[in-house]
Write a protein of this length. Structure first.
Length: 203
């Protein structure tokens, strides 16, 4: 990661996304996780307090060394073992079918090739495993979607590669994952920045 993304965007994003208003979203996203969980976009560990007691081990993937250091206190208080296993969600250094579940929260917007990342998730999930999704992306409102697409030429450059207009269910399906359930809502931010997808997809 470059200086701007790692030192500025990562810190600002951690502050915004750790606000209490996102806690209910994270609790819903983490509900039902158990066993060994792959979390792509671990960041500063903002999901850690929401892990259910059934989560025994978390295999974290995140490119930010700053975020990993910021997560130290949360990791120390977790009942689950948390291990950083990689930095690139598009190439996860795990064997096939080795995790029970996976989690992604506000991550797919910044991955250069989100379909490749989702294919990696599908590869390492055990048969019947599920990916729990909490992401922001393309709005169903045509006016908002136009604004999102219009920002595509400048927003990623100032926001660490974040794309506002990614169609999360379509990306999951393109990666061979089956949408089990998916809902959308607008968080308490401008709609262009926080049209939220919540759901579960399966291999």
């Amino acid at each position: 990661m470059g200086w701007w993304s790692d030192q500025v965007v990562a810190r600002a994003g951690a502050r915004i996304l750790s606000s209490g208003s996102f806690a209910p979203y994270r609790e819903r996203a983490c509900a039902g996780l158990e066993g060994t969980v792959l979390e792509i976009g671990f960041g500063s560990g903002t999901n850690v307090p929401a892990y259910p007691t059934g989560v025994r081990r978390v295999l974290a993937v995140d490119p930010s060394d700053v975020g990993w250091r910021q997560s130290a206190e949360r990791r120390a208080t977790s009942s689950a073992e948390i291990v950083r296993v990689g930095t690139d969600a598009q190439s996860v250094p795990l064997d096939d079918a080795t995790v029970d579940a996976a989690l992604t929260t506000f991550t797919l917007c910044t991955v250069p090739d989100p379909v490749a990342a989702l294919r990696e998730v599908a590869r390492v999930l055990r048969p019947g495993g599920e990916l729990h999704v909490l992401e922001h992306g393309l709005s169903e409102d045509p006016r908002v979607a136009r604004h999102q697409r219009g920002a595509g030429w400048w927003w990623p450059h100032v926001a660490g590669g974040c794309h506002l207009d990614r169609d999360v269910p379509a990306l999951c399906e393109a990666a061979g994952l089956r949408v089990v359930r998916m809902t959308t809502s607008d968080a308490a931010f401008p709609k262009s920045f926080a049209h939220v997808y919540e759901g579960v997809v399966a291999v």
